[in-house]
Design a protein around this ligand. Structure first.
Ligand code: SF4
Length: 396
């Protein structure tokens, strides 16, 4: 009986940084903790278990995590702190970017580290650390885990984890490991559950959803706009027809494997009119250095084809300015792209080297910061001037 009492009093708090994949993971971790009987609190100072789901894409996100130390300092009762997400993924697994000990040294206030593939270890971790008893573990069933969201606005479903594309600036292939597609059965079960609990808008998430269900040998042969059939296009068709669904979105999508089959699938009426397709640069030389498998012409042709098939479409994109060796002239190609394609949403980032990535190891970060800042502001101004009137600016 003592065990039950102890377990009922436990509270958890989760802080999430980064992308939709992390939001989906956090909702899963919340589901695991609630299946173990924990109660949610937004205030980590009153939690027993505090999970920080981290992002490594930008240094700024990592710095915010390091800053949490100050908030924990001086607490009379420090919660049990679990660090999850890409900062942990970056120092564990086969594609380690730097030493685990380095992260440990900088975060001595963390009690346990789990990478994005270890979410389901949480019950065992808590039991081994004496935070829950055997009784809670016996009662726990992983099939009872349902994601927990703050609102019923959008239900995020991760359809794949990791990435094999190795864009030279990106930490994801290291932090989240190789691309693994979840089974269709699992995905559909999760979508069905979300729809049954009142969600009407589902977002399918992955680092590159286009390559869901495709083997290593095949995926690198696919090219923009080609005739290749994509399992992901079929998945969209299946989810689209599920009862209760009103809107279906997906993220992230890249130009290099956006085929005609996918263009056909997105014509379906419940597929979101907003498409986020990361272009990263407007210059072919820079795209090559970024190890992107598309040219600017590929991208422009894709945009044209999509617009023809889905006339109300709105576009979003990601761009990096000041990538190593990017000249002012090459940057102006990105400006030209923004003048040609009026993006509704644009995430414009200043390049900063991320430890262990090919760009950090092999290219000199040689664009001066002042120049990077100027390019950032200039592109932002161009984007604002050109973005469609009445188009949305802020997206999920
Ligand atoms: S496609 Fe490129 S940018 Fe996107 S997650 Fe994979 S490596 Fe990173």
């Amino acid at each position: 009986m003592e065990d039950i009492k102890h377990y009922k009093e436990l509270k958890y708090c989760i802080t999430t940084f980064g992308c939709q994949a992390n939001i989906a993971d956090s909702s899963m971790m919340a589901g695991i903790l609630e299946a173990l009987g924990f109660e949610k609190t937004e205030d980590f100072t009153e939690s027993n278990v505090f999970i920080i789901n981290t992002c490594s894409v930008r240094q700024k996100s990592e710095d915010k995590v390091y800053g949490i130390a100050k908030k924990l300092k001086g607490l009379v009762k420090k919660p049990f702190v679990i660090m999850a997400g890409c900062m942990v993924g970056s120092v564990t697994g086969e594609r380690q970017r730097y030493e685990f000990e380095e992260l440990q040294k900088r975060t001595p206030w963390v009690d346990e580290y789990i990478n994005p593939t270890q979410l389901r270890n949480i019950p065992n971790i808590l039991m081994n650390r004496g935070l829950i008893g055997e009784w809670a573990m016996q009662k726990f069933s992983s099939t009872d885990v349902n994601q927990v969201y703050k609102t019923k606005e959008i239900g995020y479903v991760n359809i794949s984890y990791g990435c094999d594309n190795f864009c030279t600036f990106c930490v994801v292939p290291y932090a989240r490991g190789g691309e693994v597609s979840r089974s269709e059965r699992e995905i559909l079960r999760e979508v069905k559950h979300l729809l049954a609990t009142g969600f009407k808008h589902i977002m399918l998430c992955g680092q590159n959803v286009n390559s869901w269900g495709i083997g290593m040998n095949e995926k690198f042969k696919i090219r923009t706009g080609s005739e290749q059939n994509l399992p992901f296009a079929n998945l969209l068709r299946t989810v689209h027809d599920m009862e209760g669904l009103e809107k279906l979105s997906f993220l992230s999508s890249n130009p290099f494997d956006f085929t005609q089959d996918l263009i056909d699938a997105i014509k379906l009426p419940k597929i979101d009119n907003f498409l986020h397709i990361a272009v990263q640069s407007g210059n072919d030389e820079i795209l090559k250095k970024m190890n992107r498998r598309h040219s600017i012409n590929d991208f422009l042709n894709l945009i044209e084809k999509i617009k023809k098939e889905k006339p109300d479409v709105e576009f979003g994109t990601d761009v990096i300015v000041g990538f190593p060796s990017e000249t002012r002239e090459q940057f102006m190609d990105t400006v030209k792209l923004f003048e040609t394609v009026p993006f509704n949403v644009a995430f414009i980032s200043i390049y900063s080297p991320r430890k262990g990535t090919p760009a950090e190891r092999f290219y000199k970060d040689d664009v001066p910061l002042a120049e990077k800042k100027w390019r950032h502001k200039h592109l932002n101004d161009v984007w604002k001037r050109n973005r469609p009137v009445g188009g949305s600016r802020v997206r999920v």
